[in-house]
Design a protein around this ligand. Structure first.
Ligand code: FES
Length: 199
């Protein structure tokens, strides 16, 4: 027995010691910290670069859009001021023709003494009145102004009569309206040539 324990003690003594675990030296730890720091700085710089390019791209896009707008402005195509409105014989005496209300904003009225053209624009705030044949008047839907068939304001807030437009006969015999020439009743313009086309 004694011999066995002596032999095992000898065995233990002869077993090699485990190799020492490598320790992180202060120098390596410092290097590691430096690497981390450099990595963070690099990532931040990349992010800043990305933001910079995005800003430049946005600016360039806005500038290009402004250039396009400058060279190709949005043009409002309005109907020409002068238009033809058919032959006098096509009109019924006593009737208000509303065929050109939508396209030209004009009514043409045929009376026994002749024709006149009214601008379909309320003199209050510019809405388009409606011709009410049963009531024999133009009625503005916005604030209730009413105008006689001649264009005289008589109810609601409209401060003055509707405007008349120059009316004549064109070379081809058709009625021709010139919207650039207006006649205002309160200025005595309705008596002037061009305000009425005599029948
Ligand atoms: S716009 Fe016609 S009544 Fe006001």
């Amino acid at each position: 027995m004694a011999e066995d324990s002596a032999a095992s003690a000898d065995k233990k003594e002869s077993m090699p010691e485990p190799p020492p675990q490598p320790e992180v030296t202060p120098g390596e730890e410092f290097k590691e910290n430096v690497r981390d720091f450099v990595d963070k700085v690099r990532k931040r710089r990349e992010a800043m670069t990305l933001v910079g390019w995005a800003s430049i791209a946005t600016f360039c896009g806005a500038y290009a859009l402004a250039l396009v707008r400058f060279f190709f402005p949005r043009v409002l195509f309005e109907p020409p001021n002068v238009f033809k409105a058919g032959y006098p014989a096509e009109y019924t005496v006593g009737a208000v023709d509303t065929n050109y209300q939508k396209s030209q904003r004009v009514w043409i009225v045929r009376e026994p003494e002749g024709f006149y053209a009214l601008l379909a624009k309320c003199t209050h705030l510019g809405c388009t009145p409606v011709w009410k044949e049963a009531e024999n008047k133009f009625k503005c839907p916005c604030h209730g102004s009413g105008f006689t068939k001649e264009g005289i304001n008589y109810e609601g807030p409209a401060p003055r009569p509707l405007e008349r437009l120059k009316i004549a006969v064109a070379d081809d015999g058709q009625i021709q309206i010139d919207k650039s020439i207006k006649f205002r009743q309160e200025k005595g313009d309705w008596e002037k040539p061009g305000a009425l086309l005599k029948a």
